[in-house]
Design a protein around this ligand. Structure first.
Ligand code: ATP
Ligand code: MG
Length: 264
């Protein structure tokens, strides 16, 4: 069971990244499960046009006679599956969280890859899930702070969240999202992360109006507008993560085939 947890402060794009990585890996033919681990403010379902699903993570937590597959929805024409949360206040209020790890572990069993979206900041409620995964992505919005105070942002966000991953022995990578800065400035940021923070960067995703537009259509931007700048960048993040998780370069199969069978 391979798993990734996506973390970061409020509104940086955790849920958007989770949805788009799901779209990437499903397209690459990995049977992929996305779990809405934002137990109190679940929003992952909106990225797939799943409106008020009847069964959800909260139902599984409450009723141990429910089979996980009842709350797992297949996104049509894909190998992508989503375990959403409930947006009903009563469900959220009355949810016993102590079974979270067992329920998620059970759901993960049938998938090649599971990506878990987290609540904002230090995800205290979903911390037990860190022991079920091997990778953590920290999403950061660089422009939240003036570029000259980037070091503070790094200390506050990346180091604290990375420390959590380190505690659980996870391989930690960073994604810079909603980037508007010039290329030179981002190069400086990347150098700082590499040399001073010693954390790997999986990708840089630009601010792109196609992202909120895609959510309105109930699709990840990678499906909604594959040639948009954000979709291209999310695809690169996917390729880098694929290399980490499955240890092969994207396109290797294609290259091997060309070497074996020649170009036709
Ligand atoms: N690259 C991008 N370009 C433009 N808008 C983006 C981008 N990434 C995310 N957004 C927008 O930012 C908002 C927050 O994104 P998202 O919900 O994914 O963040 P989050 O970290 O999951 O937030 P929360 O902490 O509330 O769960 C959404 O309106 C989304 O459309
Ligand atoms: Mg979110």
């Amino acid at each position: 069971m391979v798993g990734v947890v996506v973390t970061g402060r409020g509104g940086v794009g955790k849920t958007t990244l989770t949805a788009n990585l799901g779209a990437y890996f499903a397209r690459e033919r990995y049977k992929t499960l996305l779990i809405d681990g934002d137990v109190y403010l679940p929003k992952l379902a909106f990225h797939f046009g799943l409106d008020r699903p009847r069964y959800h993570l909260h139902a599984l937590l409450k009723d141990d006679s429910l089979r996980p597959e009842m709350a797992i929805y297949e996104i049509p024409e894909n190998r992508l599956f989503v375990l959403p949360g409930s947006s009903r206040f009563y469900d959220i209020l009355m949810t016993p969280a102590e079974r979270l790890k067992d329920v998620v572990s059970n759901a993960m069993r049938h998938f090649a890859l599971t990506i878990i979206d987290s609540p904002t900041g230090i995800p205290f409620d979903t911390l037990p899930l860190f022991s079920l995964v091997q990778y953590q992505i920290v999403v950061v919005e660089v422009e939240r702070s003036p570029i000259h105070s980037f070091e503070t942002l790094v200390k506050n966000e990346i180091l604290k969240l990375k420390a959590l991953g380190d505690l659980y022995g996870l391989r930690v990578g960073v994604v810079l999202n909603k980037v508007r800065e010039s290329e030179e400035e981002i190069e400086g940021v990347l150098r700082f992360l590499d040399e001073n923070v010693r954390v790997e960067v999986l990708g840089v995703v630009p601010m792109d109006e196609k992202v909120p537009e895609a959510i309105n259509y109930g699709k990840p931007v990678l499906e909604h507008d594959p040639s948009s700048p954000a979709a291209k960048a999310f695809r690169k993040v996917g390729e880098n993560l694929e290399r980490w998780v499955f240890g092969r370069n994207p396109g290797t199969e294609f290259i091997n085939r060309v070497i074996k069978e020649g170009w036709s």
